[in-house]
Design a protein around this ligand. Structure first.
Ligand SMILES: [Zn+2]
Ligand SMILES: [Zn+2]
Length: 201
């Protein structure tokens, strides 16, 4: 199934296909919280335990059809994840690694819930919780079904790196594999400020 991707102001949009192969998860790490504080999105992005909800998919299933001139990218550190967002309204879109051959994308729920009913239809439950050590309280443990789902997902991502499917991505230029827009690395004061805000709220 397909689900619409859209920033909060609607200028940037597209879709994610094969949602039946994607996994709905929550990340409790401090970096995800620092990032949403930096963008001024903490109130919309975080759940009550400080988790950030995402959908794990492959880059080849993501297309951006309009407003791509608003696509921006930042990273908390020189080697950190590339965190893609829509500059028009600071909506977090998705996170990738710096290596486009690892064609994983964690789409943030902030760009997937323009139609909440469709989101819940495609992803009726949270299937994985990661970095739970950073949560405010202990979240529910991963279930067997989650582990089984992950065992199907990871090989598909690895396969994309071998069969060339990774070249189909809205986040990197083919054939060079360079990020489509230059990643801005936060300065130390910016990072410290974001992390301090994230540890308080
Ligand atoms: Zn926007
Ligand atoms: Zn995280």
């Amino acid at each position: 199934m397909n689900l619409r991707i859209q920033c909060q102001c609607g200028a940037l949009h597209g879709e994610v296909s094969h949602t039946e192969r994607a996994l709905r998860g929550v990340c409790y790490c401090k970096d995800c919280r620092a990032y949403s504080h930096h963008l001024g999105q903490a109130a919309v992005a975080h759940d009550s335990l400080g988790g950030v909800e995402f959908v794990a998919t492959q880059a080849q299933h993501v297309t951006l059809t309009a407003g791509t001139q608003h696509l921006a990218c930042l990273s908390l550190s020189e080697k950190g994840l590339l965190r893609w967002y829509a500059r028009c309204c600071n909506t977090p879109i998705g996170n990738t690694t710096r290596n486009w051959k690892f064609a994983y994308v964690g789409l943030l729920h902030t760009c997937l819930t323009a139609d909440p009913a469709s989101y819940e239809r495609d992803f009726p439950r949270v299937q994985m919780r990661v970095n739970t050590g950073g949560a405010r309280e202990t979240p529910p443990a991963m279930t067997f079904s989650t582990i089984a789902a992950l065992l199907g997902f990871v090989p598909r991502v690895m396969l994309s790196g071998v069969n060339g499917a990774y070249r189909q991505t809205p986040f990197f230029n083919a054939p060079a594999g360079t990020p489509r827009v230059e990643a801005i690395v936060l300065t130390k004061p910016e990072r410290d400020r974001a992390r301090a805000a994230a540890s308080h709220a």
